[in-house]
Design a protein around this ligand. Structure first.
Ligand SMILES: Cc1ncc(COP(=O)(O)O)c(C=O)c1O
Length: 287
């Protein structure tokens, strides 16, 4: 794994060790900021336009004034990869906060946003993509505006930790009797040839890969039904899978210790995985 020394800080490039923030920083003290994680394959971005668009939607929703246009940040993100001579599979983490100011809940005036982005390697999870993963279920205790990709991730962190302590990959979240999404991914159920998932309301993050899954399903003539399912429905599912920029289209073969159907990745999930690989320009790497 390489360490990439150059980071983006505001509109400049600097060494990763030289970036420091005062302790009175809105992201640090209030989680008052937003972020994106963008997939990189072989040194090239996947779905960068979708991520940049969502960054701007999140910023607008919480009234953070971003110091660049969509085109400017896209160009800076491309420069970040070339400055680091990045050619492998990885991610960029990009964060924008309401800036540095004396602690006070209300917005500071005349305070520029703090923005940074860095690159890191992240190989594809080929074993999990081939064999599938297990999940647990947890209550969704997050706020009402989960469509905003905010830094406030404590419920997500606790749910993921509970999954890990259980030896599972993800936590499937349930609110008011309906499955919303997972701690860091969207989730889907396949039944009788149809894909079901929670509608893209304020209760879930509108995943960039989710948008693609909907398109792949259309291309494959598989009905994509934006209708939430329940934890009880999972027991009867033909297939369950999740999606995210870091997990791609990942089969879930066991939930709360019970196998989904035969306990192996299903055909619909595999077709979507193939569509993903074609779309992302990947050579077949799953084993
Ligand atoms: C809560 C949550 N839902 C869904 C996703 C999937 O989003 P994307 O497909 O844009 O990576 C993520 C990704 O981090 C997430 O944190």
């Amino acid at each position: 794994m390489s360490v990439y020394p150059i980071i983006l800080s505001q509109a400049d490039f600097t060494n990763r060790d030289s970036l420091t923030y005062p302790f009175e920083e809105r992201g640090l003290q209030f989680g008052d900021g937003i972020y994106e994680v963008i997939r990189i394959y072989q040194g090239a971005y996947y779905l960068i336009t979708e991520h940049v668009n969502r960054l701007f939607r999140s910023a607008e929703a919480i009234k953070i004034d971003l110091p660049f246009s969509r085109q400017e940040i896209t160009s800076l993100l491309h420069d970040l990869l070339s400055q680091n001579e990045m050619t492998s599979d990885g991610i960029v983490y990009l964060q924008a906060t309401r800036g540095s100011a004396p602690r006070n809940h209300a917005f500071p005036v005349d305070t520029p946003a703090n923005v940074y982005a860095y690159v890191q390697d992240m190989p594809r999870k080929t074993k999990n993509l081939t064999n599938g993963v297990s999940a647990i279920t947890k209550r969704d205790t997050r706020w009402e505006n989960c469509y905003i990709k905010s830094l406030n991730l404590l419920p997500n962190v606790l749910a993921k930790q509970a999954a890990q302590e259980n030896g599972s990959y993800e936590a499937i979240l349930e609110r008011d009797g309906k499955v919303t999404e997972c701690s860091s991914s969207n989730v889907y159920l396949v039944k009788d040839g149809k894909i079901y998932t929670h509608p893209a309301t304020n209760r879930i993050l509108h995943g960039c890969v989710r948008m693609r899954v909907e398109q792949f399903a259309a291309g494959l003539n598989i009905p994509f039904v934006e209708q939430a399912f329940s934890i009880e429905d999972i027991a009867d599912a033909d297939e369950v899978f999740l999606s995210s920029s870091t997990s791609e289209v990942m089969p879930i073969v066991e939930v709360d210790g019970k196998k989904i159907a035969e306990g192996i990745p299903g055909k619909t999930t595999q077709m979507l995985q193939e569509a993903y690989e074609v779309d992302a320009g990947l050579v077949k790497q799953r084993i």
